[in-house]
Design a protein around this ligand. Structure first.
Ligand code: NAG
Ligand code: NAG
Ligand code: NAG
Ligand code: NAG
Length: 573
């Protein structure tokens, strides 16, 4: 992989003032054209045989937005660079007044320099320390007394790993990707706060590791700080991480972590999680799924994404032909890097009400409507049918067809009729189009369109590209079911008019390939789960920093069950 030789550091100042000058003079202008059509070519082609461009990223933007502030998907795609979107985005947000946050430390003092806040006390307690065993330990309760302006880096952006989890924040902190600085947390927080304080009045930065954290720049601004002296817990394991911590000192490094015992317990052996650190891991799991941790309220009208192929064209060839888990921001051109920083600065300086469309809810709705049914179809087609009889295959095919009909029901126009030519699929174009544009047609064609910010265009494209491909594949499968005679009341193909029991095996094979292909392309995190589901005494666990990170860190981690309590027979305590 190519390393960036160009540093932005020197030019940051010029960049900043230029952007602010522009922002002051020109009203905020959304891009008039969007990212995807460049890659998709013909946005208005309703031929179901036409697959999306292999380099299009709209579906990745879609799943990114669908995963913001949720622990589970951001653990899997932990790197701040993966082309599926997680760790590829930077989003401004607000922490509402009254929100209570936590900071564990060795004394009762209010920090005079930037420090890390945990969103949950389970996490900050790992850093609650005292002078002696009897004097207890200190935890500061830090309450927002006004809206705090924050910037969110998605992915596992607080995981101190070299393979890219910090790429996107380092583009701001250092003006480039610097994998060797993965432990330079003190320097990183200082650089980020210097940048954010200078012109944008940013109070902090949101990241994720075992749980979410906020790097707070000034403990004397916008927050009420109250020290609490807590009972100190005897701890066997030592923790180098936690909210923002680099190695706190000699002798406290990764090796001292309870990691080896964790590895043993996870390694195919369903014993327990380590007692130390478990609570922080546990509080992180509360924010696993949608809507995630809502104490940080993101402003999607100001999202910046490295999947924006118009903003960052240089990453298109960098991603090409690579598995998505291996993609990074390394290889981004200096020009594109400058454009991203400029864009973040522009969006941090200006606020724009945008269109008012609730993008997160719309995306979620689409996931709700299709995820279980696609999973159901996949499950049915995955059942071994090599030895099935023709009549068993018929039942299976009818079951699948019923699911396809359920998905397409709102688009099954009464006017469309199968063509006399069995090879033609043109007759389904009107339903394909209706299905693909149902949620976005008004936004695209009304005056709402002119109120979209450039970030909203990006999200709109993501929704359009994603629904278009779902509708294309599902419609195509449905058509083949019709042509095979699965809905004889609607269409009786010539071949089965004699009433023969046609073996549908080739249809099932072809369906299976298509539904697997679609689900792989969508790669929704709702499908990533422990199979079979874990018992009540267990918890589904995905390898994460600083615990076991997978035998090979470039592997795509898979979840497994771990115990969450000691079992009564004395194992796994
Ligand atoms: C799992 O761990 C327990 C406790 O360490 C051990 O007694 C048991 O043999 C292990 N089982 C397997 C399958 O490795
Ligand atoms: C996708 O991107 C690669 C690398 O830039 C390029 O070689 C390829 O032609 C592109 N594919 C299409 C269909 O545009
Ligand atoms: C498909 O079936 C195989 C064999 O039973 C199983 O291992 C696999 O997990 C199944 N895949 C899905 C997605 O259900
Ligand atoms: C991890 O996988 C990569 C690519 O598959 C390989 O080059 C590397 O040697 C592996 N590392 C280990 C420790 O197995």
């Amino acid at each position: 992989m190519r390393m960036l030789s160009h540093s932005l550091k020197g030019s940051l100042g010029i960049l900043l003032s230029l952007t602010l000058l522009e922002a002051a003079q020109i009203p905020f202008q959304a891009h008039k054209h969007s990212a995807i059509p460049d890659l998709e070519g013909d946005d208005n082609n309703w031929d179901i045989s036409r697959a999306p461009n292999e380099n299009a990223t709209g579906h990745l933007v879609f799943e990114t937005v669908n995963s913001f502030m949720q622990h589970w998907p951001n653990t899997r795609y932990r790197n701040a660079h993966l082309w599926n979107g997680l760790g590829h985005s930077i989003v401004p947000g607000v922490v509402p007044p009254g929100t209570v946050l936590y900071h564990g430390r060795g004394d009762a003092n209010t920090p005079s320099s930037p420090e890390w806040l945990a969103t949950d006390p389970e996490h900050s307690y790992m850093f609650c320390r005292g002078q002696t065993a009897d004097s207890g330990c200190w935890q500061l309760t830090v309450t927002a007394i006004r809206p705090l302006k924050v910037l969110y880096f998605d992915g596992s952006s607080a995981a101190k790993m070299q393979d890219g989890s910090m790429d996107s924040q380092d583009i701001i902190a250092y003006g480039k990707v610097v994998p060797e600085k993965f432990w330079s947390e003190r320097e990183r927080i200082k650089n980020l706060c210097d940048w954010g304080n200078s012109d944008f009045e940013i109070d902090g930065f949101v990241r994720m590791e075992m749980d979410f954290e906020i790097m707070l720049c000034d403990f004397n601004e916008g927050v009420l700080v109250e020290p609490v002296n807590l009972r100190a817990r005897h701890r066997s394991g030592r923790w180098p991480g936690g909210p923002g911590r680099g190695p706190p000192g000699p002798g406290r490094h990764l090796e001292h972590l309870d990691r080896s015992s964790f590895d043993q317990s996870f390694n195919g052996n369903t014993t327990a999680l380590p007692s130390s650190g478990f609570d922080a891991f546990h509080s992180g799991t509360w924010h696993r799924y949608y809507p995630g941790d809502t104490r940080i309220q993101l402003d999607l009208t100001r999202l910046v994404s490295f999947y924006d192929t118009e903003l960052v064209p240089s990453l298109v060839p960098e991603r090409y032909g690579k598995e998505r888990i291996k993609h990074r921001l390394l290889g981004i051109s200096p020009k594109d890097l400058q454009a991203v920083v400029r864009k973040i600065e522009e969006l941090s300086a200006v606020s724009n009400p945008g269109s008012g469309v609730d993008w997160a809810t719309l995306i979620r709705l689409i996931v709700k409507r299709y995820s279980e049914r696609l999973e159901m179809v996949q499950y049915m087609l995955n059942s071994t049918y090599a030895g099935n009889s023709a009549s068993q295959n018929k039942v299976l095919a009818e079951n699948v067809q019923a699911q396809l009909v359920a998905m397409l029901q709102p688009y099954l126009l009464s006017i469309i009729k199968p063509s006399q030519d069995p090879t033609s699929t043109e007759w389904v174009s009107p339903m394909y189009k209706l299905c693909a544009t149902t949620y976005t047609n008004y936004i695209t064609t009304s005056s709402l369109h002119s109120r979209l910010t450039s970030s909203e265009y990006l999200i709109l494209d993501g929704i359009h590209e994603t629904t278009k491909e779902i509708c294309r594949v599902v419609t195509g499968m449905w058509v083949d079911g019709i042509m095979a005679g699965l809905e004889p009341d609607y269409h009786k193909p010539a071949i089965i008019e004699g009433g023969n029991n046609v073996d549908l095996k080739s249809l099932l094979d072809s369906w299976k390939e298509r539904v697997y292909g679609l689900m792989k392309w969508l790669d929704w995190s709702v499908w990533l789960k422990c199979r079979p589901a874990c018992g009540f005494e267990e918890m589904c666990y995905l390898p994460m920093w600083p615990f076991r990170q997978g035998s090979n860190e470039s592997d795509d981690p898979q979840p497994g069950c771990v115990r969450r309590m000691a079992s009564l027979d004395g194992q796994g305590s």
